[in-house]
Design a protein around this ligand. Structure first.
Ligand SMILES: NC(=O)c1ccc[n+]([C@@H]2O[C@H](COP(=O)([O-])OP(=O)(O)OC[C@H]3O[C@@H](n4cnc5c(N)ncnc54)[C@H](OP(=O)(O)O)[C@@H]3O)[C@@H](O)[C@H]2O)c1
Length: 286
């Protein structure tokens, strides 16, 4: 990689940050689009996150992504927030504006929807209720995105029922009915659903399996898993075996990166097979 003195700079802050796939993802796009620039992993300790937010714009960075554990701090530290970040209470992408001010985005919701539309093009928000398993940050992002897309009804089920109730209460502000369902009744919640989304960490390599029989899920329902290690989770394998259209979690990871690169790379990048292959290769080395 040859950089000029005018190279466009971006990166990802996290602690630790070594596991992040973002340098690989954005690095692929810098190369693919022939942009004079670089995207760096930036290990930032929790006690230094404020310092990093002050320093990076002054060092010429055009923006950065934010990963664990800095997403809530980022929400607080940006100068202004995009409405989607406001609704999600977390920031995963920071853009440095021309005047040096910082703008916080949360691109998880639009990343999920773009991935859903790409992998399940026949899905329509009007098709029927959606069921979300989980009540963490990813479930919130998916819930907001689906309600904004016009899903008529949402069912939320989570191991810790208070979290499902709290999130259902919050999401009810969007107007459509949002129903918390006890974790023990999660299979019954699948009746009549048009979309099932796993937004828990269950099924991820090293985590317990997701125990869920799909018998009550209508044949035309789409099944999405946010987990992408492994790429084909047991949930997706079971869904595919029953003939459901499935949506893998890697798509969301790729699509959520587009708005950031469009800003610091200056080009709206493509989410294509070459990018997917590059990330799969990085994942296979782990
Ligand atoms: N594809 C992508 O781009 C993308 C983006 C964001 C997240 N994700 C994935 O989405 C998943 C959730 O992420 P997050 O940020 O929302 O994490 P989080 O805020 O920590 O939430 C974790 C969720 O998993 C549930 N859970 C964990 N262990 C469980 C168990 N043993 N039994 C039942 N439920 C359990 C938690 O339930 P409790 O509330 O009961 O603890 C909670 O609902 C992760 O696998 C993450 O990698 C993927």
């Amino acid at each position: 990689m040859l950089l000029s003195g005018k190279a466009r700079l971006a990166g990802v802050i996290g602690w630790p940050v070594g596991h992040s796939l973002s340098p690989r993802l954005h690095g692929h796009w810098f190369e693919r689009h022939g942009v004079d620039g670089a995207y760096l992993p930036l290990p930032v300790r929790p006690e230094d996150v404020e310092l990093a937010f002050r320093a990076l714009p002054r060092l010429g960075f055009l923006g950065w992504n934010v990963t664990v554990p800095h997403k809530e701090a980022a929400f607080r530290l940006v100068d202004e927030r995009h409405p989607a970040a406001e609704r999600m209470g977390a920031v995963n992408t920071v853009l440095v504006l021309e005047d040096g001010r910082t703008r916080g985005l949360n691109t998880d919701g639009i990343g999920f929807l773009a991935s859903l539309r790409a992998q399940a093009p026949a899905w329509s928000s009007a098709a029927g209720p959606a069921v979300i398993l989980g009540a963490g940050g990813a479930a919130r992002a998916v819930g907001v995105a689906l309600l904004e897309a016009g899903v008529p009804r949402l069912r939320l089920t989570n191991r810790t029922p208070e979290r499902a109730r709290a999130l259902a209460h919050e999401l009810a502000a969007f107007g459509a009915p949002v129903e918390p369902v006890p974790w023990a009744d999660r299979e019954a919640a699948l009746s009549g659903a048009a979309l099932l989304v796993n937004a828990t960490s269950l099924g991820m390599t090293g985590q317990p399996p997701l125990e869920l029989r799909l018998d009550r899920l209508p044949a035309e329902a789409v099944v999405a898993d946010l987990v992408y290690v492994p790429l084909e989770t047991p949930l997706l394998a079971a869904a595919r075996a029953r003939g459901h259209t499935t949506v893998e979690g890697l798509g969301m990871l790729l699509h959520q990166a587009v708005p950031g690169f469009a800003h610091w790379g200056g080009v709206v990048p493509e989410v294509d097979e070459a990018l997917r292959g590059c990330l799969l290769e990085a994942l296979s080395r782990r």
